[in-house]
Design a protein around this ligand. Structure first.
Ligand SMILES: NC(=O)c1ccc[n+]([C@@H]2O[C@H](COP(=O)([O-])OP(=O)(O)OC[C@H]3O[C@@H](n4cnc5c(N)ncnc54)[C@H](O)[C@@H]3O)[C@@H](O)[C@H]2O)c1
Length: 269
């Protein structure tokens, strides 16, 4: 029996990258899968590969995510598991030059919509349905290690990923005892288009430890089976997170040294 045997699973942003790996693994674990993406072509291609259903659409808006959830419910009968995975990295990420402090409001608005409000809007639709039929459900947010640790480079990305982790924690606290299981996936570098697009210094920083997306799906399935909230595909993140909590000033001093190294490397490029 697979972890998701006969369950209805939706994965947002599953046309490529981590979402595609999550959808593929869910199907291998026995799920009936709905593949969502903004891009209808990639959504359909992945759905065809998996024998699933493509439901393209923008999950960042209230109407968009409601339409995706309604179509997915029609296709699956019931949504048992929702992977809120779609995310963007925003502008101003390039640590070698772009100062993300100057990212304009429209960049902040968009990244807040996709990386935070999409999760809020999806949960707002799903949780009442899960409570009403009494069967509960599983809500899995793809956040980032940037949501636990703060990332060198992009303020909008780090801030929105912290908010994504915060919202997932709140959901777990508020609805966990009523049958809603929640998990937050917090990887460092993963070999996807997002990382490719992240600029030379981000690639340099994560090159040694960047994982294939399938490793993220493995870690997610293991954490779900073990009932753990935090999914840490890079196990070293647990140590960094503990160190940050134990001595925040020491941790910040280390991060400032890392930022200086990045600045020096940027100047040398
Ligand atoms: N790649 C990494 O290093 C890394 C590390 C930590 C966390 N993450 C997170 O993992 C998630 C997936 O990232 P990825 O690396 O696979 O990125 P990616 O850019 O390769 O894939 C993201 C997919 O999401 C889709 N998408 C974007 N906005 C959407 C929207 N509003 N509605 C529906 N689909 C949308 C895109 O079309 C794309 O197919 C993101 O939340 C990202 O922040 C990535």
């Amino acid at each position: 029996m697979g972890t998701f045997q006969d369950q209805g699973v939706v994965v947002t942003g599953a046309g490529r990258g981590i979402g595609r790996a999550l959808a593929t693994r869910a199907a291998a674990e026995g799920a009936r899968v709905v593949v969502n993406d903004l891009d209808p072509v990639t959504a359909q291609a992945v759905a065809d590969e998996l024998g699933g259903t493509a439901v393209p659409g923008d999950v960042s808006s209230t109407d968009g995510v409601r339409a995706v959830i309604d179509s997915a419910t029609e296709a699956l009968g019931r949504i048992d598991v929702f992977f809120a995975n779609a995310g963007i990295d925003g502008a101003g990420k390039d640590a070698s030059g772009g100062d993300s402090l100057q990212a304009p409001d429209d960049v902040w608005d968009r990244i807040i919509d996709v990386n935070v409000m999409a999760h809020v809007r999806a949960a707002r639709e799903l949780v009442p349905r899960w409570l009403e039929d009494g069967q509960g459900g599983r809500f899995v947010v793809t956040a980032s290690a940037a949501g636990l640790l703060t990332m060198i480079g992009s303020a909008p990305y780090s801030v929105t990923k912290h908010a994504a982790v915060g919202f997932a924690e709140w959901l777990s606290v508020t609805y966990g005892a009523r049958g809603v299981d929640v998990h937050a996936i917090c990887p460092q570098g993963v070999q996807t288009q997002m990382l490719e697009d992240a600029g030379p210094l981000q690639a340099l920083l994560s090159r040694d430890s960047a994982l294939p997306p399938e490793a993220v799906a493995d870690a997610a399935v293991t954490a779900i089976a073990e009932g753990r909230f935090l999914v840490l595909p890079h196990p070293e993140v647990a140590g960094y997170y503990a160190a940050r909590a134990a001595d925040t000033d020491r941790w910040l001093a280390g991060m400032r040294r890392l930022q200086q190294k990045v600045d020096e490397a940027g100047a040398a490029l």
